[in-house]
Every structure is written in structure tokens, then in C-alpha cells.
Design a protein around this ligand. Structure first.
Ligand code: GLC
Length: 466
């Protein structure tokens, strides 16, 4: 008997030791956060609270590429030499630039934050940077655009974020590589062109510019770095020190995931799927994480005159609802023209979104993925607000007279159309319908809908939950 007890103890001790080793080695393999980046999960959640609540922001891509109006990558795509590209610099004079108007349109569309390209890959800066001549104040326009931009959006209560391109096709120290040679293309020519270029100096340039951006324009809420790829990443950007600087200058700022620090837990705040709709809540190592998808109206980010693949207002509303239904944010892009205004196609879509948001924004702000026990009714998208205990059914195809909610019995106490707050009556189903009623399971509920689709792009039904 004693022998038995002893062996049990021994087995237990061995097991405990093995578990300890497994745990120790698995945590040891996780790159631990440097002290400046240490933050509890609760503190991070709190820092990001406004952002996860607000859900909907405006991206703005604006730079010299608005003049050719053939995509913001035009310099690279058409292999335009820096000398030839300079003409856009010499003609940049957006006489219709009125940031108050931009901010008004963003606000009316229901957007709560904005992210502007302070510098895109072309290297041109929209602010009066001390560290380059390639900036707006040296164009015929002469003025710093960023200051009036920031002030106008803040005046509308919209939070301000900056996009900053890590890639720079203009800076004399940016080392050309296979992916990003504006010119020349051939390897040996490229190597020649790279002689004397120095990424360490370029890193310093970025730190200097980021310091300007994060110290001269008040509180900056979000930073969007763009982007890393094979050959240019963490090492080439000196990402860790860049991020350390950002956190020091703006401790509350929310930073995206393009610094090539993705295998860490501390080097990014949210994921950035772009130009596609993720199939589900974005996950990292099986865990749901904060995410924001950035999307365009028509394909390119910069103003593109001859692009005709514009999404319809309805598609955009669906995109917003679908993003929120998967726990994400939507950053929807406008590419202002060379005159400095939003073109008609963009303004029309913003206005349509605004018209829908005016009535239906409760299904967006503060909302997220619905609990699994709410089965999605046919042709619909669900969002859910845990704080107000509401479930929102976005009805994509208006059905005839009824909408079946399977398993919803006793899960909600009242239903209304969000558009006008009009009651939607419902019944738990009669077991065997006569020849004028549908039958269904005993836990199901049938909503009684008006035959005509309410006059809105995507009608939303609000369920007040038990
Ligand atoms: C890509 C493109 C860039 C655009 C960005 C938006 O990284 O290179 O042009 O600014 O997507 O996320």
C-alpha cells in the first residue's frame, strides 16, 4: 500500500515537472515585450475603447498623384523618373481645398475618425517638414495643409489619425529593391543607383518626421504605417525604435500592424485586412483580435479619374454592417482631386451613407458580433450591442410579409424598425398553420413585416433583448 502511494506521488511529481517545463519553454519562446511596451490586456482594451466603439472612419489619400489621377502608385507603375514626376510638384495647387467641407461630409456620413496620408510612397509631405524640401510649402500652394486639416476635423468632433509611408520613392537614402524601384529596373542599374544610399540615415529621417507629426499637431489618435514586405521590414525600418518613439510621444495612440512586428504581442494594436471582406472575425493564433479593414470606393486610393468600378451606396452600407458584424472597423477611403475637393462620385456616396447612418447608426456604434445563439435569419447581417442589449437584423433582401427567427423564443421582448421606431409585431408559431399561415418549430418566432420594403438602403430591425 505504501509503495503504491509513493509511486503515485512520484508520478504526480514527474507530471508536474513536465508541465512546468512545457509551460516554461512555451512562454520562453514568446518574444517578451520590452519594458517600454509592457501593457496589460485590460489597459490595451481601455486605450482602444473609443476606436472599437466608433467603428467607422474616413481614410484620405492625397498627394501629388492626385494630378495624374491614375492611381497613387502611378510613379511606380509607369516607371516615371523622379525628374518627370517633379512636374506634379510644380503644379500642385489645390485651390478648392476646404478641410471644413471634408470634415462636414465625413461627419454627415457618420464617420468618427479620419486618417490622412501625411506622406505616401511617393515621398511628398503634406506638412511643413524641416527635414525635406519635398513638401507642400514648396509647391505653388505654399501653405501647410496638415494644420488646417487637423483643426477642421477636430472642430467637427472627429478624431485625427495619420498615415505615414515607410516606403519612400523620393528620399535619397531609401535603398531601392526589387519590389520598389521607381527606376531603374535592372538589377545592376539598381545596385549602381543604391551606391551611397543608407537606410540608417533614412531611419533617422523617419524618426525626425514622426517626431514632428506627433508633437506639432496636438493629440493624434491613430497611426497607420505602410508597409513592410520581403526585404524591407523590422530591421530596415528599425521598427522597434520607431514604435518606441511613437509610444513615448503619444502614449494613447493606436498603431496598425505594418511595421513587421507581427510575431510580437506588443508591436501592433490591430490588423489591417485591405480590399477584401474577411470571412470571419480576424484571428491571430486562434484568438479574435481588433481589426480594421480599409476599403476604397472604386479600387485605387488616390483620385483616379477614369476608374469606373465604383461601389454602389447599398454595397457600402452592407460592407459597413458586415464589418461590424464580424467585430471590425471600417476605414473608407476618399481620394480628393488635384483641386482639393471630393469629386461628385465620392460626395454622393458619402451622402448616401449619411442618410442611412442618420437613422441606423445605433446598429453600428458600440456594436459587434452577435452571440452565437442568435442564428442569422435568411439574407441578413446581425450586429449586437451588449451594453444596450439590442440585436440588429440588417435585412438584405426584403422578404414577403414574414421573417423567421429560429430559436429566438423568449430571447427578446420587443421588436421595431430602426428607421422610424415603428413596432414590428411577432408571434411564436402556431403548430400547424392553416392554409394562410406558415408553421415552424416551437422555439421560433415569426416577425410580421410590412409588405413594402421601408424606404432605406438596408432596413434594420431592432430587437430589444430579454
Ligand atoms: C497599400 C498600397 C497603398 C495604400 C494602402 C492602404 O499598402 O500600397 O497605396 O495606401 O494599401 O492601406
Amino acid at each position: 500500500m505504501k509503495k503504491m502511494q509513493l509511486s503515485v506521488v512520484l508520478i504526480r511529481m514527474t507530471l508536474a515537472f513536465v508541465f512546468f517545463c512545457i509551460q516554461y519553454t512555451s512562454t520562453a519562446q514568446q518574444p517578451s515585450a520590452p519594458s517600454w511596451a509592457a501593457e496589460t490586456a485590460a489597459a490595451k482594451e481601455k486605450r482602444m475603447q473609443w476606436w472599437t466603439h466608433d467603428r467607422f472612419g474616413m481614410f484620405i489619400h492625397w498627394g501629388l498623384y492626385a494630378l495624374p489621377a491614375r492611381h497613387e502608385w502611378v510613379q511606380n507603375r509607369e516607371r516615371i523618373t523622379p525628374e518627370n514626376y517633379k512636374k506634379y510638384f510644380h503644379y500642385f495647387n489645390p485651390d478648392m481645398f476646404d478641410p471644413a467641407q471634408w470634415a462636414k461630409e465625413a461627419k454627415a456620413a457618420g464617420m468618427k475618425y479620419v486618417v490622412l496620408t501625411t506622406k505616401h510612397h511617393e515621398g511628398f509631405c503634406l506638412w511643413d517638414s524641416k527635414f525635406t524640401d519635398y513638401k507642400v510649402t514648396n509647391t505653388p500652394y505654399k501653405k501647410d495643409l496638415l494644420r488646417s486639416f487637423v483643426e477642421a476635423f477636430r472642430a467637427e468632433g472627429i478624431r485625427v489619425g495619420f498615415y505615414y509611408s515607410l516606403i519612400d520613392w523620393h528620399h535619397p537614402d531609401f535603398v531601392y529593391d526589387g519590389g520598389h524601384p521607381p527606376t531603374p529596373i535592372a538589377k545592376e542599374d539598381r545596385e549602381k543607383a543604391n551606391a551611397g544610399r543608407n537606410m540608417v540615415r533614412y531611419q533617422e529621417y523617419m524618426r525626425n518626421q514622426i517626431t514632428e507629426l506627433l508633437t506639432k499637431y496636438g493629440k493624434i489618435d491613430q497611426l497607420f504605417f505602410d508597409f513592410s514586405y520581403a526585404g524591407k521590414g523590422r530591421k530596415e525600418w528599425d521598427s522597434e525604435n520607431l514604435l518606441k518613439l511613437v509610444r513615448k510621444l503619444q502614449p494613447d495612440i493606436i498603431v496598425n500592424d505594418r511595421l513587421d512586428l507581427n510575431e510580437t504581442t506588443w508591436g501592433w494594436d490591430y490588423k489591417t485586412p485591405e480590399q477584401f471582406m474577411p470571412k470571419e472575425w480576424v484571428k491571430v493564433n486562434g484568438q479574435k483580435v481588433p481589426w480594421e479593414t480599409c476599403q476604397t470606393f472604386s479600387g485605387s486610393w488616390g483620385y483616379f479619374r477614369d476608374e469606373y468600378s465604383w461601389k454602389s451606396p447599398e454595397q457600402l452600407v452592407v460592407m459597413l454592417a458586415e464589418t461590424v458584424s464580424k467585430g471590425g472597423n471600417l476605414l473608407l477611403n476618399v481620394g480628393p482631386t488635384a483641386r482639393g475637393n471630393f469629386d461628385e462620385r465620392a460626395s454622393e456616396r458619402l451622402a448616401a451613407l449619411g442618410k442611412w447612418m442618420k437613422f441606423n447608426s445605433p446598429s453600428v456604434y458600440g456594436c459587434t458580433e452577435a452571440p452565437e445563439y442568435f442564428k442569422k435569419p435568411a439574407n441578413s447581417i446581425l450586429t449586437y450591442n451588449a451594453a444596450t442589449k439590442r440585436l440588429y437584423i440588417h435585412v438584405l433582401e426584403w422578404p414577403f410579409k414574414t421573417l423567421l427567427l429560429e430559436g429566438y423564443k423568449d430571447r427578446f421582448k420587443y421588436a421595431q424598425l430602426l428607421q422610424d421606431g415603428s413596432e414590428i409585431r411577432f408571434s411564436t408559431i402556431t403548430k400547424s398553420g392553416g392554409h394562410t399561415t406558415e408553421t415552424s418549430g416551437e422555439n421560433d418566432v415569426m416577425l410580421q413585416l410590412p409588405v413594402q420594403k421601408p424606404n432605406t438602403l438596408v432596413p434594420v430591425i431592432e430587437l430589444i433583448l430579454e
